[in-house]
Design a protein around this ligand. Sequence first.
Ligand SMILES: *Cc1c(COP(=O)(O)O)cnc(C)c1O
Ligand SMILES: [Zn+2]
Length: 442
Amino acid sequence: MDSVQHGQPVSVQVCDACDARFDARDARVQCASCEGLLHVQHPQPPTCGVALRESFDARLLPARGPQGTGPGDSGVWRFRELVMPDARDEDLVTQGEGNTPLLARPRIAAWAGVDHLLLKHEGLNPTGSFKDRGMTVAITQARRINATAVACASTGNTSSALASYAALAGLRGLVLVPAGKVALGKLSQTIAYGAQTLLVRGDFDDCLRLCRQSSEQLGVYLANSINPWRLEGQKTIMFDLLQQLRWQSPDWLVLPAGNLGNTSAFGAALREARRLGLIDRAPRLACVQAAGSAPFAASFRDGFATRHTVRAETIATAIRIGDPASHERAVRAIRETDGVVLTVTDDEILEAKAIVDASGVGCEPASAASVAGTRKLVRDGTIQRGARVVALLTGHMLKDPEVMLAYHRDTEPAPACANRSIEIDATLAAVERVLRSGSDLS
Ligand SMILES: *Cc1c(COP(=O)(O)O)cnc(C)c1O
Ligand SMILES: [Zn+2]
């Protein structure tokens, strides 16, 4: 049932564990009575079914004004009724996030072994990852509640997004990242956008704990993955995708899984999309973890009887998480969609990434886990060759230049897909020698 204020239905924050309800403007991101995670519950939109679809579709033709990006250009705020219904245009901290392309690349499909593979490229968001979708909402919320500073713990992309949106909003940004474990692109963005950057001698899980503690004690608004508004923004990956597919679900949606925020947000988005009659059938979710950071896959194998934690290790730093914050919600998402959870090795991730990159698309290592996972699920017969599959690419290829150079330039012996560059003298003869000898170039 909707909550009501001054005769108007309003959004509320509700505790997952004990159902306690909190005002939408309450700055705490965990339950005040039991410390459970909060989720946001919105009033019923004025329309549903075909009418709601049509109102979202009508906004696909935005009047892009000379002032740059406004709410009409955002693939998050187009779905405002399902994200933050009472946000006013002037509240929004937005820069044209979302609206990411859905790409068909036959070469990648052939490598994965499926006939119909589309890549939803969230790496083409303003700061280069899907984290912008959650951050535009969290920072809009921070401004609505008059926060003066925002903080997060991050494997890197959240801090890039927070730093950028905090700068847009004129708020102080504080980020805690594991020292020496953040990819170069992400770290340099965070610093350059102007956030106060703390390099913590510990791992992501240490950063998250420190961040929670400091927000309680220092009164900083927490824009972590447990922030309920971020998940509202991340739901729009699914709405945006379904809209691109003319509201026809694919058979499978394959995604990399670390802290399980997306898995949870997709579960919630699909639940809502069905309840509101936007779709009549949901895709099956396939969550792909790196073998060295796979607590959720371990839980899946024992039927989710136990919640596992591990010391996380993988080259794919964005999913290097040993104790995922959104475990419970992700379990629900997998159960409701008849989903699966699997692991791929770092070598499989790197090979998939090399294929994605060489197709001209490009993505960061964690993103390639979804393509590697697709191939594995086809090989073991879980995904049929003729199924309609969407793989999520979560981050941009320039996020992690070091991994790419190590793969193509430094790995001995050279991996099958390595593209070695050749240093030459500045003479035409040297160029000719390479061209003549290069079977690569023939
Ligand atoms: C944050 C992130 C992930 C992990 O997503 P979760 O929602 O935490 O599971 C995967 N890939 C990239 C590039 C990310 O930035
Ligand atoms: Zn509670």
